[in-house]
Ligand binder design. Structure first.
Ligand SMILES: Cc1cc2nc3c(=O)[nH]c(=O)nc-3n(C[C@H](O)[C@H](O)[C@H](O)COP(=O)(O)OP(=O)(O)OC[C@H]3O[C@@H](n4cnc5c(N)ncnc54)[C@H](O)[C@@H]3O)c2cc1C
Length: 630
């Protein structure tokens, strides 16, 4: 049941871009204000670490960065069919984990908790940093350290964290209910969410503040629209009409699950064709656009058009919420601090001390340590040595590519905490039905772009801290979440450097959602940094120029975290068959295969940190059962 509720109906507030994601941060801010936020600790900062040895400070194309994935595509295209030769390292492990994201790191942690801290574990990841989607971006502007999240933003879900996930957070010294202590909501006091109307789709370029804060009539009166479109948009946002009058509340819910938000707006609410651009570029849950988002999901996300309708609603409550300045990279860092000695300062780091803790990447892969993390190492083959049920210590051979060479390690067990999509290509001996199931999902492509700017005076002048750009290259831009924690202080006044966090969800309207994800993935993979940079500069100049912003003067650094394989694919009521949980592709796909188990958020068909943790726990349990380990 939980599976279905998570996979089909859960809406993450972060996923809804149509002016509602702003509500998430605003709500946090209000909660924090109510809790009486404390005074900021003193400024922290210091000299910039060397990007050659400290990946979080690297800029340009990050996320799935150049050099991290090309060999995976070779594997996908059959480049490693048949036996794969590799140089034996002679290394033998109790457990080899493929993927150093939160799921892989959690799997290593659970395994050690169950079987002893001395068990030999190797974690292999294709990136130059650990954490997977949970990626730290670190900037240094003069004496200031400015942190941001390159991927996984917050601890949050629309469904409860499990006993296991809550337990892990507690072990790591993370207490979500204390978040308000660190939030600094007053930083953006008086500033509002806004919409950027672009001249290609509306009458002129203009940022209009106060979307869904000011009365619709006042907001749209300021927007560059024709009188007809203005009247239409005001009507959709305000009129209390039941557009499905023949259905009772439960029937309405059923009907809305089977139609797109676009169909609801145009066919039932009578939206004009020339009003549609206001909704077209906006992203809804998991990159669902107005054409692929079920209307019911839009309703649950408080999108306009439903205010006159009584619709049966499944109860959903956000269970946990905590944001670190570097997002859930802090969770990855806390896990590494427990797994590998010497990377972080000694002692038990917690939610405060992890934030500014320096990390020594040279200590990640040291032979003397029981747990090792080997970066820039992409696994291209995982295969049993002998039969899958043979009870030997050298049960599985893992081949990885690093620096142009291939190497072999052996393990008693392997946990694949990587993407579902790649597993069929690196474990060719899997049953065909399982391979087909693993290939079903199409992860959501995203750019999480962080732009460090000299100051945010232009935002202050325009009266905004957040901007949805329905038809922009990046459809979302916001000043970073203000907070003070563990000696870190984000920009407190408009004259200080701050990160603008921008989001792009490329897609191809008209196609089924999974195909839109595939097209978006190609877009992300094929677009060079220079093009993205040009788009960023152009977009910010056009939107913020009237406030005095000048990209050539004000941009200090750009980090584009590209995630062609972003959010785990979640099912929806429009594009996926309604199947019992046991028949869902992610359940068929994650079955253990001899000594090989499968973790990662994909295995839970839900793009959340707690799911990545829960799936790691299940995989460790399967590993233990597979060998009757004590
Ligand atoms: C932009 C973005 C924002 C998000 N925001 C949130 C949020 O706010 N809250 C939330 O709860 N969740 C969020 N998520 C979901 C996020 O995916 C999960 O929370 C979680 O971080 C997933 O962890 P994981 O270990 O399952 O997968 P990943 O983080 O994807 O880690 C898997 C790792 O395995 C590596 N890998 C793949 N193939 C191989 C191979 N063959 N060899 C070696 N390594 C390999 C991958 O490159 C990756 O580093 C977000 C995701 C994205 C993309």
């Amino acid at each position: 049941m939980a599976e279905k509720a998570n996979g089909t109906d859960g809406i993450a507030r972060r996923d809804f871009m149509g002016g509602i994601a702003g509500a998430s941060i605003a709500a946090l801010a209000i909660r924090a204000a109510e809790a009486g936020a404390q005074t900021a600790p003193p400024l922290a900062g210091g000299s910039a670490p060397d990007p050659a040895v400290y990946p979080p400070v690297r800029t340009g194309l990050r996320g799935q960065h150049p050099g991290s994935f090309e060999i995976a595509h070779q594997a996908r295209d059959g480049g490693f069919a048949g036996p794969v030769a590799a140089e034996p390292t002679g290394e033998q492990y109790d457990l080899i984990v493929v993927g150093g994201g939160i799921s892989g790191l959690s799997a290593a942690h659970f395994y050690r908790n169950a079987l002893g801290q001395d068990r030999k574990i190797l974690i292999l990841d294709n990136h130059d940093d650990f954490g997977g989607h949970a990626k730290r971006n670190e900037f240094h502007a003069g004496a200031r350290t400015v942190l941001s999240y390159g991927g996984t933003m917050s601890i949050e879900t629309p469904f409860p964290y499990s006993y296991v996930a809550k337990g892990l957070l507690a072990e790591l010294g993370v207490v979500p209910r204390t978040y308000e202590k660190y939030a600094r909501p007053d930083t953006y006091k008086g500033l509002q969410t806004s919409i950027f109307f672009d001249k290609e789709h509306f009458l002129a370029d203009k940022v209009v503040p106060g979307y869904r804060k000011r009365p619709a009539a006042a907001f749209f009166a300021d927007a560059p629209l024709t009188p007809a479109v203005r009247a239409d948009l005001i009507r959709i946002h305000t009129e209390k009409v039941d557009y499905l009058p023949d259905l009772d509340p439960a029937g309405k819910a059923r009907a809305l699950k089977k139609m797109s938000y676009q169909d609801f707006l145009t066919k039932h609410a009578g939206l004009r064709a020339d009003s549609l651009p206001f909704f077209l570029g906006q992203g809804y849950r998991n990159n669902m656009r107005v054409d692929t988002c079920p209307a019911y999901m839009a309703f649950k996300s408080n999108a306009p058009g439903f205010q006159g309708m009584e619709i049966a609603r499944q109860i959903e409550a956000e269970a946990e919420h905590f944001h670190f300045p570097d997002g859930n990279a802090s969770i990855a860092r806390l896990l590494v601090s427990r797994l590998v000695p010497g990377v972080f300062p000694a002692g038990k780091l917690d939610q405060e001390s992890i934030v500014m803790a320096p990390a020594d990447y040279t200590k990640l892969d040291v032979a003397a340590n029981p747990t090792r993390i080997r970066l820039s190492s992409i696994v291209i083959r995982t295969e049993h040595i002998g039969t899958p049920d043979a009870l030997t210590e050298k049960a599985v051979r893992v081949v990885y590519a690093k620096g142009g060479k291939t190497y072999e390690v052996t393990g008693a067990n392997v946990i694949l905490a990587c993407f579902n999509n790649i597993i069929p290509y690196i474990v060719p001996s899997l049953p065909e039905e399982q391979k087909t199931a693993l290939k079903y999902p199409s992860k959501v492509p995203l750019l999480y772009t962080n732009v460090l700017i000299r100051n945010w005076q232009a935002w202050q002048k325009l009266g905004i801290y957040m901007m949805a750009a329905p038809n922009g290259y990046h459809q979302w831009a916001t000043l970073d979440i203000p907070m003070a924690i563990g000696g870190y202080q984000s920009a407190a006044t408009p004259d200080q450097p701050v990160v603008i966090h921008m989001v792009r969800n490329p897609n191809m309207p008209g196609l089924p959602r999974r195909d839109q994800n595939r097209m978006g993935r190609l877009d992300i993979q094929n677009t060079p940094f220079e093009t993205i940079e040009k788009e960023i500069r152009d977009q910010l100049d056009r939107a913020l120029g009237p406030g005095g912003f000048k990209a050539s003067r004000d941009i200090l650094a750009i980090t584009v975290n590209r995630w062609p394989h972003g959010y785990a694919y979640t099912y929806d009521t429009l594009g996926d068959p309604d199947l019992p949980d046991a028949e869902r592709p992610h359940v068929i796909g994650r079955q253990p295969f001899g000594r090989i188990a499968i973790a990662n958020a994909d295995a839970g068909a839900s793009a959340f940190t707690n799911v990545a943790i829960d799936q790691a726990h299940r995989a460790v349990q399967e590993v233990i059962v597979s060998r009757g380990l004590t």
